[in-house]
Design a protein around this ligand. Structure first.
Ligand SMILES: *[C@@H]1O[C@H](CO)[C@@H](O)[C@H](O)[C@H]1NC(C)=O
Ligand SMILES: *[C@@H]1O[C@H](CO)[C@@H](O)[C@H](O)[C@H]1NC(C)=O
Ligand SMILES: *[C@@H]1O[C@H](CO)[C@@H](O)[C@H](O)[C@H]1NC(C)=O
Ligand SMILES: *[C@@H]1O[C@H](CO)[C@@H](O)[C@H](O)[C@H]1NC(C)=O
Length: 297
């Protein structure tokens, strides 16, 4: 029985991962406070970032030369600056500059659901404060999942140094951090981190299939300090103690993109409301398609 409960709560937690992501664009024509369907222009604007999130799954030797296949070819004017990770204990990452979007891009690798399981079970439900050395001045009431915190810390210093170099080389202070799944969780933490470490920078996060990363205070902190858009399709379940930041773009079963205001909007048009709580859903939906793009290398 205990084992069953443990498995059940692990699955519930896992589901909480599969869901929460904000990716957002602002339309001048209507308020972001309304649930609304997104138009083709708004949806298309996500596409370069969807490929950037996919490129983060590619070996760092190929992102460093920007020869990683279709994900790299989709953004042909990208200027790589640095990359790293081993894809096992340290998720892949890369940093560079996109002149078309005029932003530095930071990409973080995710992992498939099966590989996510050890991350979850190692530290089941453990919420802990952010490391003050990396995240100065954040209230101790702000708690995040310890597994995500560790995964972010593994690459934080190298990413910061590459971003600093890129800001200087390309004379920009715009930074966009992208990722899918576990990579989305790392991207959200990296957004908070870079925003604190680089006060002159304008940091935003665009993520796909993002899990809930921290407690409601963390979600509030993110809403106050960062611009986040998290795109999700289908499955997503809340887990006690965790909350999503604002910025949800939900792709429903008819492939319509819906702008969902607020944190964990309960409308049946958004992810919390639409997906039946009991079912695990189809894990393959997690990889997309996001406007026709399946994320992966
Ligand atoms: C921390 O907060 C204090 C007081 O608000 C401020 O003076 C200081 O610049 C902050 N430090 C960082 C690294 O943000
Ligand atoms: C998706 O959203 C559109 C627009 O709100 C709606 O017409 C359609 O019925 C929705 N599809 C599903 C499966 O809920
Ligand atoms: C969900 O969206 C509606 C707008 O349609 C908004 O009034 C409501 O406050 C939102 N809910 C949350 C929890 O943010
Ligand atoms: C899950 O989705 C994939 C792709 O849409 C589909 O091929 C597969 O049959 C689905 N699996 C289940 C159990 O529904």
């Amino acid at each position: 029985m205990f084992l069953f409960l443990k498995l059940w709560s692990t699955l519930a937690f896992l589901r909480s991962f599969v869901d929460a992501t904000p990716l957002g664009t602002t339309s001048p024509r209507r308020s972001l406070d309304e649930i609304s369907t997104m138009d083709i222009v708004e949806i298309e604007a996500f596409k370069p970032y969807t490929y950037y999130a996919g490129a983060a799954y590619c070996n760092p030797s190929t992102t460093l030369t920007w020869a990683c296949g279709f994900n790299c070819e989709a953004n042909p004017n990208f200027q790589p600056v640095a990359s790293g990770g081993d894809g096992a204990t340290v998720q892949y990452w890369y940093v560079g500059y996109d002149a078309d979007l005029d932003t530095i891009i930071v990409g973080h690798q995710g992992t498939d659901i099966a590989k996510l399981l050890p991350v979850v079970t190692d530290v089941v439900f453990l919420l802990s404060p952010l490391d003050a050395a990396l995240f100065p001045n954040v209230s101790s009431g702000v708690l995040v999942h310890s597994g995500f915190k560790q995964a972010h810390a593994n690459t934080a210093t190298l990413v910061l140094s590459a971003v600093t170099k890129a800001m200087s080389a390309y004379s920009t202070n715009t930074i966009t951090v992208v990722g899918h799944s576990l990579g989305a969780a790392i991207a959200l933490l990296d957004g908070v981190f870079l925003n604190l470490q680089l006060p002159s920078a304008s940091v935003s996060v665009k993520s796909y299939g993002m899990p809930r990363v921290g407690n409601p205070q963390f979600a509030d902190y993110v809403d106050q300090h960062l611009s986040v858009s998290h795109v999700n399709n289908k499955c997503a379940k809340r887990f006690l103690g965790f909350a999503h930041c604002s910025g949800e773009k939900h792709i429903n079963d008819s492939s319509v993109w819906i702008n969902c205001p607020g944190q964990d909007n309960e409308s049946n048009q958004c992810v919390v409301g639409e997906v039946p709580a009991i079912l695990l859903g189809n894990a393959s939906d997690h990889d997309g398609p996001y406007d026709g793009v399946i994320i992966g290398c």
